[in-house]
Design a protein around this ligand. Structure first.
Ligand SMILES: [Zn+2]
Ligand SMILES: [Zn+2]
Length: 332
């Protein structure tokens, strides 16, 4: 595969000035206005693509992400002279989204393959040995030799795919960008990195890079916007008696919650203010919603059964007051 620096005839580690000099030298010779040769225009395109890819790779670096004003809505059409915007996804854990983080992104700045001008087609048919049957034309299937289905028994395959790019039409290149993600983003947030998009072909400002946030699943917390939902199991006895329960939070120490004796077997969720995902600067954060899951014991000791029987006797002693529905049933 021909690397961009080979197309430009400069060292791989050339600095910006050397890249520009290399490009200018070739551009002068190949520019369609100066060079009427057939093929000069094609070569010029390849040289310009290599030049853009090398400049893009030089821009490896770091950038601060800011919450896009468009935030999820489609971006308005570009009016100023800028390079194309890049849209990419970024995956964060809940902790990273809540606290902010640094992420290294690999950005594709591949260019059209110079050998085939991006078509992936070499223009020439050539025969290559069939990799499936190793050129024998036969493969062993269930212990029996059978004709190779890939090459139809010929042992070779006729290919027109470009050798340099294996038919993909692209020469891969990427640059790396350290992104500072601010705290308090949520799923669907769009981050904007000004000037980190594609170069403008005629020297205008580069485009922007937009990152759409998606959140990785968390074992305990499920985000709903800025709120976090957490399901906490509790014993049926604690549910009936009420009392103190500890609940986990995403960041910081566990919180203690006091439950009243239950009036339902499906208790209402408890809302803990400010324990969800944090808000953006100056904005209030979300809440933690605790959904209670009553759990029955899988076994009871004789002593526990005695205690439950005592509780039942106490209930029956004033049924009209303690459980009117049961009292009404008894009188039928
Ligand atoms: Zn074969
Ligand atoms: Zn190619």
């Amino acid at each position: 595969m021909r690397a961009p620096h080979k197309i430009l005839g400069i060292p791989a580690d050339a600095d910006e000035n050397a890249i520009k000099r290399g490009f200018r030298r070739l551009a002068m010779a190949l520019h369609p206005d100066r060079n009427p040769d057939k093929g000069a225009e094609e070569k010029f395109k390849a040289v310009r693509a290599a030049y853009e890819a090398m400049l893009a790779a030089l821009r490896d670096g770091e950038a601060d992400a800011e919450l896009s004003e468009a935030n999820g809505k489609p971006t308005e059409p570009q009016t100023e002279q800028r390079g194309a915007d890049i849209h990419q996804d970024i995956e964060l854990t809940l902790e990273e989204a809540a606290a902010g983080c640094q992420k290294t992104l690999a950005l594709d700045c591949s260019i059209p393959c110079a050998s085939c001008d991006g078509t992936g087609d070499s223009g020439l048919s050539r025969s290559v040995m069939c990799s499936h049957c190793q050129g024998s034309g036969r493969v062993r299937e269930d212990g029996v030799l059978a004709r190779c289905g890939l090459c139809d028994g010929r042992g070779f395959i006729t290919s027109r795919a470009c050798n340099d790019c294996s038919g993909s039409g692209r020469q891969s290149a990427e640059r790396h960008l350290q992104v500072h993600v601010p705290a308090g983003v949520i799923a669907g947030s769009e981050l904007r990195l000004a000037g980190q998009g594609k170069e403008h072909p005629n020297g205008g400002a580069p485009g922007h890079l937009f990152l759409k946030v998606s959140l990785l699943p968390h074992p305990l917390f499920h985000p709903i916007g800025q709120d976090l939902l957490c399901t906490v199991p509790l014993s049926i006895f604690r549910l009936l008696a009420g009392g103190k329960m500890e609940v986990p939070v995403l960041i910081g120490k566990r919180k203690s919650v006091t439950l009243l004796p239950a009036t339902s077997l499906q208790p209402e969720p408890t809302r803990i203010k400010g324990c969800g995902l944090p808000g953006r600067t100056g904005q209030p954060g979300g809440d933690l919603l605790v959904s209670w899951k009553p759990v029955l014991p899988t076994r009871l000791t004789a002593e526990q059964i005695d205690l439950l029987n005592a509780a039942e006797r106490a209930l029956q002693s004033n049924l009209k007051k303690n459980a009117p529905e049961l009292a009404a049933w008894k009188e039928r």
